[in-house]
Design a protein around this ligand. Structure first.
Ligand SMILES: [Fe+2]
Length: 235
C-alpha cells in the first residue's frame, strides 16, 4: 500500500462491480484488488458497486431473486474487500443500482459504505484534479454510446477526461478540440472519453434485454512520463 498522500500514476476506475448479483465475478475482482494492493494505484469507485436487488421500488427495481447476497451483506462484502485499500480511494460515486434503495428508503447503501470506510462519497458526479489533469467522473445515465459524453461536453469546459460507466462497455477514445484564449490564440487539445467496464460475467437480465456481451474488468487511467493521460483496458 502507498504510504504517503501523493497521487499514484495509475487510477483504477472501478465501475459496476455489482456485488451481490449472481453473475458478479469475484475471481476477477480479487485480481484487481491484489493488483491495486501491490501497485498502490489510486481508486475511484464509479457506482453500481452493490447490485441492491429489491422487491419494490419505482424504477430500475431489479430483483432480489437475481441476487445471492442481501443489501446489508453487499455492504459488508464491499467494505471488507476495500478496507485494506481505503487510503487509496479518492472517492465513491453512486450508481442507479444503489439509488434503488435510496428511492425507497432514503438510505443509500454506498453512502453508508463510504461512511464506514471513512472515504469521500461524491454522489452523482465529481470533477477532480488528478496529476494536474481535470477529470469529470460520473456513473452515467443513458445507454446510447455518445449521449452522456455529449451532455457533459455541453455542460463543462476545460476537462481533460470524461470517465463514465453504466453501459458496462470497456472502451476509450478521444476528441480533438480547439481552445481559444483571451489573446486570440488557439491551441489544440484532446479530451479523453472512457467507459469503465464491469464485473458481471453473464447476467440473466442482460440476456433478456438482448444486451451484447461486454468485456469484463476495468479501465485504468495512466499518467505518463510525458505528462499525458493514457488509458489501459484491463490489468
Ligand atoms: Fe452497472
Amino acid at each position: 500500500m502507498r504510504k504517503d498522500n501523493a497521487l499514484a500514476n495509475e487510477l483504477w476506475l472501478a465501475a459496476c462491480l455489482h456485488i451481490g448479483e449472481r453473475a458478479h465475478d469475484r475471481v476477477l475482482l480479487n485480481q484487481y484488488l491484489k493488483w491495486a494492493g501491490k501497485t498502490g494505484a489510486d481508486i475511484l469507485i464509479m457506482g453500481d458497486a452493490l447490485d441492491t436487488g429489491l422487491c419494490l421500488g419505482t424504477k430500475h427495481i431489479g430483483s432480489i431473486w437475481q441476487n445471492d447476497r442481501t443489501p446489508q451483506q453487499q455492504i459488508d462484502d464491499f467494505c471488507g474487500l476495500f478496507n485494506p485499500l481505503k487510503r487509496q480511494i479518492l472517492g465513491i460515486l453512486g450508481g442507479n443500482h444503489e439509488l434503488r434503495a435510496e428511492r425507497v428508503t432514503s438510505i443509500n447503501p454506498l453512502y453508508q459504505s463510504a461512511q464506514r470506510l471513512g472515504v469521500p462519497y461524491w454522489g452523482a458526479s465529481k470533477i477532480f484534479r488528478w496529476n494536474k489533469k481535470i477529470i469529470f467522473a460520473s456513473h452515467g445515465a443513458t445507454t446510447a454510446p455518445l449521449t452522456d459524453f455529449n451532455k457533459v461536453l455541453h455542460a463543462y469546459e476545460g476537462l481533460d477526461a470524461i470517465c463514465l460507466a453504466h453501459t458496462h462497455a470497456l472502451l476509450h477514445h478521444s476528441l480533438r478540440r480547439f481552445v481559444a484564449f483571451p489573446d486570440g490564440t488557439v491551441k489544440d487539445k484532446r479530451i479523453l472519453f472512457v467507459r469503465s467496464g464491469n464485473f458481471l460475467k453473464d447476467a440473466e437480465y442482460a440476456r433478456y434485454a438482448l444486451h451484447a456481451p461486454t468485456d469484463t474488468g476495468s479501465a485504468i487511467l495512466e499518467f505518463k512520463d510525458n505528462s499525458k493521460l493514457g488509458v489501459r483496458l484491463g490489468l
